[in-house]
Design a protein around this ligand. Structure first.
Ligand SMILES: [Zn+2]
Ligand SMILES: [Zn+2]
Length: 1011
């Protein structure tokens, strides 16, 4: 007996059941054991930040990773299954700050950096556990006890080695420049952290007068949206080639920016260069000694503002560059927290936002304000805490990118990207990448191992913990792990003999993630160290080993990685940068990337908008298989709409598959059928077709998995389920009623194969069904059964039945368009364009309920051609009228390619509008190759037969509603008005399993079970 299936699948219950069963049976361990020593498939997991529970969007990548790992394992590959957690940097720090109610660096320092670091570690441990549970629930098979944690000392040491390598190549430098800065986080941000991190913000829009010295009453007018930068103004820039005009109120503007003004004078910008002016805040101590003057700048835009730009080199990137060219003083008005320094008078201690009002009032009071308004514009914000960014001058540690750029491009050329155009996106990023700003002025992050010496000027970069120990002069005894504050206590000896201390900066978190192809695989590690990866902050959280170099040789580079598209400028980039630096090679051979998750209405998901869906919530409500199905079906290069509506639709579609399995189980059990290896008799044509169709499914799906293309997998599965249910099973129903074992055998084989190939996508459902369908000698889990081998296929047979199905589909469409139910038989069907389907006229007749099938040109079609006026009007001129009449009268000849010949003109396909319609009395549908037409006229016989079909349908529904078994016989009583149907009594009896049919004084048909 096969275990019976419920009417509907309870996805949540069956997933719980299978999850527990995998655990108790140790299925995953058995799979790993089975594949040990097999060909390697190296997958490198991009670390997930252990800072929050997963959102629904995380399930996308996790699903894809699991799908392809399962597929490769089913093919017999050995895999590593190491999961990774990202553990340090701003994400985690900001999370802990919120937890503790801290909101500035000062508060963190008051709280204590050691305690803060402990809280960061606790937070990581907590969320790593939650994420692990969620991933298991999603069905993800990973080596959960051996995860890598990027805050491990080993990971940090590997980054140190990379940084030392950069130093040896002279790529490391301390950049002094204007950078985007988050005043809340108190640190600069790098280029890759800025992209897409913008908000629509409202800022003041001020037109301000700068009175010119020695030109009585004349002023420059500048425009600014950042009034806080005015106190740091040192120059005003004009476009040397643009024309400037002096208005009647003695204001200088670019003429183009103030075209309606009446002007009393015009000059080129270059004539204004060198003029001196009074800056609005030159009385402040910080401004002492600054001579404010007009400078030339080719990039002054004439698209906005006044054509005169106020320059504050301490508060803008381009301004800073100009300060170098023109030797301008650089005034840095704000500190790390974005507050004004002491020498800014009244502004001291206030934030850039706080001073907007007072500055505007002051300008107004002194008659310097021409106009004040506000502007809504796209403005950069901190990607971690959403605080608007400002510019300030900082000394950041940078890695020069120029030398590595071409080698990285070369490495990228070896990578196979899916979808392939992302390869170009990566190239674009690499071509435009700036030097890598690797320093953050924060606490819980990779400690940069930089020890600059004040005595001799040498920068020592420490490359390992051993080296640190060797050179340390102090502080080793308290060094519990390579983090602040402990690492800051360790001083080292410079070559010159001086004692030097580490810089206080920590590193960009993308260094942490980028090094994992080296740190987790044991690059240049002389020996295998048990738990050698689980060091420092990671000790106790994981058992991960540090493998030896031979292991790295085996597993590097990764065969495949998969993350979302934004990782092009993040993990794919940092990994590639570090890998090309250390080995000259790309760290991955193939990449699958995917876009963003939106809510079901297409809006971005945000917790604050109330439309974000947590992974936990999605898993509890939708179930893992359906979520995985949704992600796999979606084309990854498009944003995906995710929600409960789309999920319900998938469940509905899955029901067809479920019903097919249930159909088999029900009939197999009625007949006590036991499937063997060989068919229990000769296959009929339809069986042979399903046999071939199943082979085709295996080949198609395998091909799509090989391409890392899940939408192709789902398309192949969908169309197979349709063929299985709506063709094979439906066309074979009668054989199942008659306990035809060959049909059962064929169906069983098709179901088993389909369960196997869809297993990677829906592992729970697959194993649930496998457990019910498998034969006794088969492995208990579908994941222990080797992948089915593709065999040569009978393509002709597949094409033949494909064509039959297409004809039937078109016939149904024609019926639908004409409002003719399928239960109403029709007289005649004509098919034009059919090839091998002609051998199947009986099946076609039966499927479309027609009496006769003819393969011939369809005379039922009427072709109407109209001129495409916008094109033909100009072309034909006054001849258009005659052409139009000829077309209307049908006096034209159709040409190959869709054009027509009319009145001596040849008109192209785009110049005419061709309509194909059925003539009166016909229903018609066509595609490119086939035209299918049916007569619609009904006679009494056809009407009566139509009523019989309705009756059969109705009675079978009544049987189902009455809870009758498939084999129960009934007695059927009809109202007297249906007496004429008794002409078809035998037919009716057979279809509804009735022992007799009679009429009586009932008003509706009645059934009674025969005991
Ligand atoms: Zn921030
Ligand atoms: Zn020194």
């Amino acid at each position: 007996m096969f275990e019976a299936l419920a009417q509907y699948p309870d996805h949540l219950a069956l997933e719980g059941e299978i999850l527990a069963w995998w655990e108790t049976e140790g299925i995953f361990d058995r799979l790993r054991e089975q594949n040990r020593g097999g060909p390697r498939f190296s997958f490198m997991d991009g670390p997930i930040t252990a800072n929050n529970p997963m959102g629904a969007h995380h399930c996308w990548g996790r699903t894809l990773k699991d799908v392809f790992q399962r597929y490769k394992a089913l093919q017999g590959h050995e895999l590593r299954y190491q999961n990774g957690f990202d553990c340090q940097g701003l994400w985690v720090e900001v999370g802990v700050e919120r937890e503790l109610g801290l909101n500035s660096k000062r508060e963190i320092e008051e709280y204590g950096i050691a305690e803060f670091a402990e809280r960061c570690k606790q937070r990581v441990a907590k969320y790593a556990e939650i994420i692990t549970d969620q991933c298991r629930r999603l069905g993800m098979w990973m080596d959960w006890d051996n995860d890598y944690y990027t805050f491990s000392d080993t990971n940090i040491e590997y980054i140190w080695r990379f940084l030392r390598e950069c130093h040896e190549r002279d790529w490391l430098y301390r950049g002094h420049r204007a950078v985007e800065w988050c005043p809340r986080c108190g640190t600069s941000l790098s280029q890759h952290e800025l992209i897409n991190s913008y908000a629509e913000l409202t800022h003041p829009s001020l037109y301000v007068r700068f009175p010119l010295k020695g030109r009585a009453g004349e002023s420059l007018v500048v425009w600014t949206t950042t009034p806080w930068t005015l106190p740091a103004n040192v120059a005003a820039a004009v476009n040397p080639d643009a024309e400037y005009g002096l208005t009647k109120s003695l204001e200088w503007w670019a003429v183009e920016r103030n075209p309606d003004a009446e002007l009393t004078g015009r000059v080129r910008g270059r004539e204004l260069v060198g003029l001196e002016y009074e800056a609005p805040f030159e009385h402040l101590p910080a401004q002492e000694g600054v001579v404010h003057r007009v400078i030339p700048w080719d990039d002054v835009s004439l698209d906005e503002g006044t054509g005169i730009v106020h320059i504050a080199p301490g508060a803008g990137a381009e301004d800073f560059e100009l300060s170098r060219v023109h030797d301008l003083p650089v005034l840095t008005p704000i500190d790390e927290a974005g507050r004004f320094y002491k020498d800014y008078g009244e502004l001291e201690g206030r934030s850039t936002e706080d001073v907007e009002g007072p500055i505007t009032v002051e300008l107004e009071r002194r008659g310097l304000l021409v106009e004040a308004g506000s502007i809504v514009h796209r403005y950069p914000i901190c990607w971690r805490c959403s605080t608007p960014l400002v510019f300030r001058i900082a000394d950041d540690w940078m890695i020069r990118a120029d030398e590595i750029r071409q080698p990285m491009l070369d490495a990228n050329a070896t990578v196979e990207w899916t979808p392939d155009f992302y390869s170009k996106r990566m190239d674009d990023w690499l071509r435009n990448m700036d030097d890598w700003n690797i320093s953050r002025r924060r606490y819980f992050g990779l400690p940069l191992p930089f020890y600059p010496c004040n005595s001799c000027g040498k920068l020592t970069v420490i490359g390992s913990l051993a080296e640190l120990r060797e050179r340390a002069t102090d502080g080793l005894e308290q060094l519990q792990e390579l983090h602040r504050p402990w690492i800051d206590e360790v001083a080292i000896r410079c070559d010159c003999g001086a004692e030097v201390r580490r810089v206080t900066e920590v590193g960009d978190a993308w260094l942490d993630a980028g090094i994992v192809p080296f740190s987790t695989l044991g690059w240049q590690s002389p020996e295998w160290k048990e738990h050698g990866y689980a060091t420092g902050a990671a000790a106790g959280l994981t058992g991960a080993d540090l493998p030896d170099h031979a292991y790295w040789e085996k597993w590097y580079p990764a065969d495949w990685v998969s993350e979302m598209r934004e990782q092009i400028r993040l993990w794919f980039y940092s990994q590639c940068f570090m890998s090309v630096t250390l080995t000259g090679k790309s760290p991955y051979r193939a990449v699958l990337t995917y876009e963003k998750l939106l809510d079901e209405h297409g809006r971005e998901m945000h917790r604050s908008w109330g439309n974000a869906i947590d992974a936990a919530e999605a898993l509890e409500n939708i179930g893992a298989d359906v979520i995985r199905f949704m992600f796999c079906e979606h084309v990854p290069s498009q944003n995906m709409k995710f929600g409960y509506g789309p999920a319900a639709e998938i469940r509905r579609r899955l029901l067809t598959y479920w019903n097919s399995v249930k159909f088999f189980v029900d009939y197999a059990n009625v007949d006590g059928f036991r499937p063997g290896d060989e068919a229990p008799g000769e296959l009929q044509p339809l069986d042979r077709w399903l046999f071939e169709r199943t082979e085709q499914l295996v080949a198609e799906i395998s091909g799509q998995y090989e391409r890392y293309w899940t939408p192709g997998v789902m398309r192949a599965f969908d169309s197979f389920v349709d063929d299985l249910s709506n063709w094979y099973i439906r066309r074979s129903r009668r054989r199942f009623w008659n306990s035809d074992e060959v049909a059962l055998w064929t169906l069983h084989r098709a179901l088993l194969r389909s369960v196997q190939v869809i297993g990677p996508v829906m592992p729970f459902l697959a194993d649930f069904l496998w457990l019910r369908l498998r034969t006794e000698d088969a492995p208990v889990s579908v994941f222990l059964e080797p992948w089915p081998e593709a065999r040569p296929r009978h393509e002709e047979l597949l094409r033949e039945v494909g064509e039959v199905r297409r004809i039937v589909e078109l016939g149904r469409q024609a019926r639908g368009d004409a409002g003719l139910k399928l239960r109403q038989p029709l007289r005649r069907l004509v098919v034009q364009g059919a090839g091998p389907a002609q051998r199947h006229s009986d099946e076609i007749a039966e499927e479309l309920r027609v009496k006769e099938v003819e393969f011939a040109p369809v005379e039922a079609m009427e072709v109407r051609v109209k001129p495409n006026l916008p094109l033909l009007g100009p072309k034909l001129g006054k001849e258009l009228g005659a052409v139009r009449s000829a077309l209307e009268a049908g006096e034209f000849e159709q040409l190959e390619g869709g054009g027509v010949r009319v009145n001596g003109h040849e008109l192209g396909a785009d110049e005419v509008l061709v309509e194909r319609r059925a003539r009166e009395g016909w229903a018609l549908a066509a595609d490119d190759a086939l035209t299918v037409a049916m007569t619609t006229e009904l006679d009494d016989d056809l009407r009566r037969e139509g009523r019989v079909y309705e009756l059969i349908h109705r009675v079978n529904t009544m049987r189902k509603d009455a809870g009758l078994e498939l084999t129960d016989r009934i007695r059927l009583t009809l109202p007297a008005s249906d007496a004429d149907l008794l002409e078809h009594a035998d037919w009716i009896k057979e279809e509804v399993l009735a022992t007799d049919v009679a009429t009586d004084g009932v008003s509706e048909p009645e059934i009674a079970k025969v005991s």
